[in-house]
Design a protein around this ligand. Structure first.
Ligand code: NAD
Length: 522
């Protein structure tokens, strides 16, 4: 395992100055140059996929197939997506047509913010560093990357490859831990994208506030799973277990705990046991079967949570401190207030919390921080709708875990304590883009708009009053009944009157009109 060389503290400001000069050089004003860098970035991943997978295996024991599926391929999609779309994304946009403003050519220009800082966590170090770098470069920014110190092999390799493949006037890396990040945060940046824990996010936000630097926070939290007995049991067990074991549960959107009706708990646990046996015919400790915990500190934290549980270990539970190994572990009968419900687990342990019904599950989730993800396993449209409409979360997976975070085109981000702002694809480009609004007003417009100039007269006042936007009639009171159900109410009313036989021919035709002429009213 290579030792990660920390950047000397005295070099950090110099790097920021070089990147500021890189921004001023104007290289990235050229979309062609941005595309060149984005293609270089894509080839960085493509040509070094095996090396990157080996580094991830050295840092986290992650099987290569997992790295290829969830990280390497996803990163290529991100960087290539930026390469393919940068012209479209960066193109100025005309404001929607408006009679008053159109002569002034109101336009939105997609401008870079300047020199930006990207701080990364350890768990998906390639995707969460190179994806954001692609978005920042596509938007025309220069970038300082701070990778995690907890993945020395991957951070060392990324540092080498970025120096080799990218223009170092535009992208540089600072390696280190708290001292180096603190130094970085003392400096002024034009945007900070921080991905990591809520605890450090507060430090980052406080430091950014000193310079009024805009911040995007991609955080984590406890993502619950709602299981309805009316679900596809085998698929439910398979997808929950996969979401938990991939990268040994060190995934921001890993299912954190399961809420299940008490009477259905044992059925679900049996299905999970069956899947567990299928996933690991030679046991999870076998070579290339399953990842390891990133550091001894993280291992001790997760083990401490399991040691403190009042629930019953149904599957797994085996640990090996030297190998930083914690077997995929499912704990049933976990009571409210348990150690496993006290913080984001961020490891391969899945507590199952029995509840009376879905209402109790919803109440529990709503009494805690808005999660990064909510998962719903059900075949019942009403069940899905109930959970969706009664809760808040960054995203939702219905009959799936984890995958929504990689779905192309979808924004990925939290809400409240699980984060603010959205990344991946065009959303990452938007993080690093300033929408610069312009007008270009020809002189002839003054023939109409000279009324704004002094001296102020009663005639001008009247003319300005005439320009005021027209309002709909003032409401007589708040709307009655469910919002958005207006036409249905009228339809039901018309139907009831028609059935009662009191409808005139004229009213019948109105009812027909309301329903698009398709209803037959007897
Ligand atoms: P972390 O917060 O410990 O570290 C993230 C970064 O912050 C590292 O680069 C680290 O060097 C730096 N850092 C740590 N302590 C610091 C301090 N005191 N001052 C300044 N900088 C400091 O997070 P982690 O353990 O690497 O990652 C796990 C967390 O990240 C989980 O909460 C997970 O849910 C979250 N996460 C979120 C997303 C997302 O997209 N929403 C993705 C991956 C991980």
């Amino acid at each position: 395992m290579p030792e990660l060389v920390y950047t000397p503290l005295e070099d950090i400001e110099k790097k920021r100055t070089e990147l500021r000069n890189g921004f001023k050089s104007g290289k990235l004003r050229s979309i062609e140059y941005r595309k060149y860098q984005l293609l270089q970035l894509t080839y960085l991943v493509k040509e070094n996929a095996e090396k990157l997978e080996e580094a991830l295996a050295a840092d986290m024991g992650r099987p290569a197939i997992e790295s290829r599926f969830i990280e390497v391929n996803g990163t290529i999609t991100e960087t290539l997506g930026a390469y393919n779309n940068v012209e479209k994304w960066a193109k100025p946009e005309k404001a929607p047509f408006n009679m008053t403003w159109f002569p002034m050519k109101p336009t939105v220009h997609k401008e870079p913010k300047g020199t930006v800082l990207i701080i990364c966590p350890f768990n998906y170090p390639i995707w969460l560093s190179l994806g954001p770098i692609a978005g920042a470069l596509a938007a025309g920014n220069t970038v300082l990357l701070k990778p995690s110190e907890s993945t020395p092999a991957t951070s060392t390799l990324l540092t080498e490859l970025i120096a080799k493949y990218l223009d170092n006037d535009l992208v540089q890396v600072v390696n280190g831990a708290v001292a180096e990040t603190t130094k970085l945060l003392e400096l002024q940046w034009d945007h900070i994208l921080y991905t990591g824990s809520g605890r450090v996010a507060k430090i980052v936000s406080a430091a950014a506030a000193k310079h009024l630097t805009p911040v995007t926070l991609e955080l984590g939290g406890k993502s619950p799973v709602f299981v309805d007995p009316n679900c596809d049991l085998e698929v439910t067990a398979k997808r929950i277990l996969w979401g938990k074991v991939v990268n040994a549960g060190q995934t921001c959107v890993a299912p954190d705990y399961v809420l299940v009706p008490r009477a259905f708990q044992s059925t679900l646990v049996e299905a999970l046991k069956k899947q567990y046996a299928e996933f690991y015919p030679d046991g999870p400790q076998a070579k290339d079967a399953y990842a390891r915990i990133v550091t001894p500190q993280a291992y001790n934290r997760i083990k401490g949570l399991v040691d403190g549980t009042k629930g019953k270990v149904a599957i797994g539970g085996e640990t090996d401190a030297e190998g930083k190994y914690i077997a995929p572990t499912i704990v049933e009968d976990v009571p409210i207030g348990d150690s496993l419900l006290s913080e984001e687990i961020f490891g391969p342990v899945l507590p199952i919390v029995p509840v009376e019904n879905v209402d109790e599950a919803i109440e529990y989730v709503n009494a805690h921080d808005h999660p990064l993800a909510i998962y719903i396993f059900s075949r019942d449209a009403e069940f899905k709708k109930k959970v969706l409409t009664s809760t808040q979360s960054g995203g939702v997976g219905i009959n799936e875990t984890v995958l929504h975070s990689g779905a192309e085109g979808l924004p990925f981000g939290g809400i409240g304590p699980s984060g603010s702002g959205y990344h991946t694809g065009k959303h990452t480009f938007d993080i690093f883009t300033h929408l610069r609004a312009t007008i270009d007003n020809p002189s002839w417009v003054d023939r109409i708009l000279s009324i704004r100039y002094p001296p102020y007269t009663a005639k001008k006042f009247k003319a300005i009053q005439g320009m005021q936007a027209k309002l709909p009639p003032k409401p007589k009171g708040p709307p009655t009944g469910a919002a958005g159900a207006g036409w249905q109410r009228w339809f039901v009313l018309a139907l009831a009157v028609a059935l009662a036989g009191g409808l005139t021919q004229r009213a019948k035709s109105i009812a027909g009109w309301i329903t698009g002429g398709s209803a037959r009213i007897a």
